[in-house]
Ligand binder design. Sequence first.
Ligand code: EPZ
Length: 418
Amino acid sequence: MDKIVIEGGKRLKGAVSISGAKNAALPVMAACLLTGGWHRLKRIPRLRDIQTIQRIMTDLGTAFKEEGGALEVNSDHLTGYQAPYDLVKTMRASILLLGPLLARCGRAKISLPGGCAIGARPINLHLKALVAMGADIYLEHGYINARANRLNGANIFFDIPTVTGTENIMMAAVTARGSTILKNAANEPEVQDLADMLRSMGADIEGDGTDTIVIQGVNHLRPCQHEIIPDRIEAGTFMIGAAITRGDITIDACLPGHLISLVEKLELAGADVDTGDRCMTIRGPDRIQSVDIKTMPYPGFPTDLQAQFMTLMAVADGWSMIRETIFENRFIHVSELRRMGADIEINGSQALVKGKDRLFSAPVMATDLRASASLVLAGLVAEGGRTEVHRIYHLDRGYEAIEEKFKGLGAAIWRESE
Ligand code: EPZ
């Protein structure tokens, strides 16, 4: 296992380019199961989660090849419909294979994704919607067994706006018989990116980006070319890095419109943010002002940036209240931040952060993807030596070469093997 070592105190300067979004690439890759022929996907990030879904799809008979900086995907000859436990347990998003496999093969056998560090992560809404579309689904020995000769369009209301639930049902509905209406659908940019890709495959989808999506089933889909949107969570992580180190950085190849909630909170914290069409500059303040946040579905403050923003508040002036409304256990990073001197009090879904003048270097443990990023940010400003972030395989799931990108901005950061 590797660890990341950081010597704090460097102000981030320079420019960084954002990779393709993990949470857009995963459903887009799953959608390639819906039809034969060669899809050409650009800006697929090099991440562990991408390797995992590629491995599962390869076992199903999908062919992959790298061509001219793009990933080409061909599902002409599917030989199976199972996603095994040993792979699904490492990446819950494997549930995204359920909808396309059911639509293409009429069968799917997917290991029930267990919970993870941040919560129970149920998938009841995915299954309820597929049953409404005519699928027979039963759970046995930890697997979801699903069958459907041909799915029927249905009117679906999501009790909660679920991102992968919306994506799964969109993929199931594009070749279903008749129309499907998704109400209280998720409207994250990654959902919209999948809809764009499905439309370029010949799907008939309207309303993505709102809470009501209408899909008219079609009889034929074709392979497509698609470029993945930039990763707004990676971009937000670097923005917070500039704010916390009193740095001055430019973020290239991003979409500022996907980060309006974070930009507003960073400006309240005292940062200067200038936004262009596909780039941003962020200058951190000499004194960071405390700001309250509450995580919400898009376009509200993203839960995937909550841990990173908490690190910023840990060295702000005054008190801030951080409310996590999406997942029930997404404060795991707090105990590690406390080891670095942060003053944080948890009360249920709320964390009260008392800003301190400084954090102190320490050996800390990564526990989940975004908590790991918050510890790296803390290390950038920690005093008194080196911060070591252990178990950084969590980071490698969702950030492409994060230490190289921070090093390119002037941070004293490197990777070592344990
Ligand atoms: C997606 O997870 C993202 N993952 C998560 O990013 C992100 O944090 C989350 O959306 C919220 O934005 C991918 O896109 C691969 P949800 P997802 O279904 O789809 C409840 C990261 O760090 N729910 O939108 O699993 C659920 O418990 C990851 O990149 C049900 O109750 O999240 C949660 O409280 C972490 N039943 C809420 O809905 C269901 O059937 C939102 O979850 C489905 C969800």
